[in-house]
Design a protein around this ligand. Structure first.
Ligand code: CMC
Length: 425
């Protein structure tokens, strides 16, 4: 046996060998695809903390060292030098677009930026105050009825149109949902504006109060979406891969990803952070009391925006967002006491042995909400912004999964612990 290539498992004195897989960055795995066939055993790994569900070429994370790369390129470089649309292209196609590819992608994004006009009526059916994440997942699901060709999608031809339509109309839908919630008429996309400028304009322009596009704000919107664009096998991406493995149409698949992202332990944390900071500011608790509550195992309270399944070091995205938050608040001359509370929380948590020993650091959601508030977004739109950024990543993973010849329907097993055979009386 080649020790470098196989792992030996001994059960009841019998040895079994399983291949060792090494990734391009040296990550190691034991391929147990034949485990049950050869031994009769399965692995038990609740929450999949030790389970690699696939091999992927899209995103690399080293959680111990705080490294994040898309297609090999460090997140810091992409965030500084590229547009969100270029990064979306990189995730979807494997390379950054050249000039011509960028032009073609922009044309396609513009062509597919309009929402099907009949979909506008669907917004009227939602009760006032509906959470925009619920609206978004419902609207996405409905898209297959407006664009039924998604059911016979061919990877080579139609995928670019469907992917582009998703990336472009999601932005239009998000802005329409917001406009609807505040009782204002929708603002349509404009062909002369870039992706992020268009989104900001659809969100904040109104017939009586024209929106002035500011290049630095557009830049920071690009930066935020780039930071969200992918994060390998997180909960929502795993949802997308799982649902997609049953050959569900792409719109419904992405709708499921949106639902997974909405949870407060996942993308919904950016909203939860602001609610937590506001509670502290309104005198509910002091920073010290909140930290004590988060440490108390009998209290369900957690320090929102802290901790991560993979990062056991500062989340590189949080570092970039913190800098951008301070910069934009200064530019807009905004004094937000929530930022002072967040910084005090961070500093106290990072010198508290509970957080130090468990390697709990601020994650991508800790500072982002403060920045969104400064840009004028209401709290319930924060997770929608996360979803908008994450879309290219979800689609890239779906594409990778369906083009993998070895892909099968996702179907884990279980260890049954219920009653043994019980006959009816
Ligand atoms: N506050 C207090 N204690 C925490 C926190 C926290 N935010 N996060 C983890 N812990 C504790 C946890 O109780 C456990 O303690 P012990 O070892 O004594 O039982 C230990 O740290 C290890 O945590 P875990 O629950 O095993 O970690 P996990 O990998 O299962 O969960 C997490 C990761 C992100 C769900 C969790 O850290 C958390 O709930 N954080 C707050 C919510 C949040 O900010 N979510 C956004 C995540 S990043 C963006 C995204 O994925 O969308």
């Amino acid at each position: 046996m080649d020790g470098a290539k196989f792992a030996e498992l001994r059960i009841d004195g019998k040895a079994f060998n399983f291949p060792i897989i090494i990734g391009s960055e040296g990550e190691k795995a034991i391929d147990i695809s034949n485990l049950r066939k050869e031994t009769g055993y399965i692995t038990l790994d609740p929450s999949f903390a030790n389970t690699g569900a696939c091999c992927s070429e899209i995103t690399y994370i080293d959680g111990e060292r705080g490294i994040l790369r898309y297609r090999g390129i460090p997140i810091e470089e992409l965030a500084e030098k590229r547009l969100f649309i270029e990064v979306a292209y990189l995730l979807l196609h494997g390379n950054l677009p050249d000039e011509n590819q960028y032009k073609q992608f922009s044309i396609l994004l513009n062509e597919h930026s309009l929402l099907h006009e009949d979909m506008r009526h669907l917004f009227d059916g939602f009760p006032r105050g509906s959470h925009p994440m619920h609206i978004m997942s419902t609207m996405l699901n409905s898209m297959a009825t407006f664009y039924p060709n998604v059911d016979t999608l061919s990877l080579s031809e139609d995928i670019d149109v469907t992917a582009t339509r998703l990336i472009s109309t999601f932005r239009t839908m998000a802005a329409f949902a917001y406009k609807k919630s505040i009782g204002q008429p929708p603002v349509y996309p404009r062909p002369d504006l870039t992706y992020c400028a268009n989104f900001l304009n659809m969100m904040f322009d109104s017939p009586v109060n024209p929106y002035t596009i500011d290049a630095e704000i557009v830049e920071v919107m690009n930066l935020l979406f780039i930071l969200y664009a992918d994060h390998e096998q997180n909960c929502s991406t795993t949802t997308v891969r799982t649902i997609g493995s049953a050959q569900v149409n792409l719109y419904a698949t992405i709708s499921a990803g949106v639902s997974a992202l909405s949870g407060p332990l996942h993308g919904g944390a950016n909203q939860a952070v602001i609610e937590m900071l506001s509670k502290i500011r309104s005198g509910g608790y002091s920073v010290d009391q909140f930290i004590e509550m988060a440490k108390n195992k009998n209290n369900p309270v957690k320090l929102m925006g802290f901790g991560h399944r993979v990062y056991k070091n500062y989340d590189p995205r949080a570092k970039i967002i913190k800098e951008a938050t301070v910069r934009i608040l200064k530019k807009l001359d905004i004094k937000d006491t929530l930022l002072d509370i967040a910084m005090e929380l961070e500093s106290k948590a990072l010198s508290d042995s509970y957080f130090v020993e468990r390697k709990l650091y601020p994650n991508v959601d800790f500072y982002s909400g403060i920045l969104y508030r400064a840009l004028g977004f209401p709290t319930n739109m924060f997770t929608v912004l996360f979803a908008l950024g994450r879309l290219p990543g979800w689609i890239a993973h779906w594409k990778e999964m369906v083009s993998d010849k070895n892909s099968k329907i996702v179907r884990p097993r279980q260890i049954y612990t219920g009653r043994t055979l019980t006959h009816l009386k």
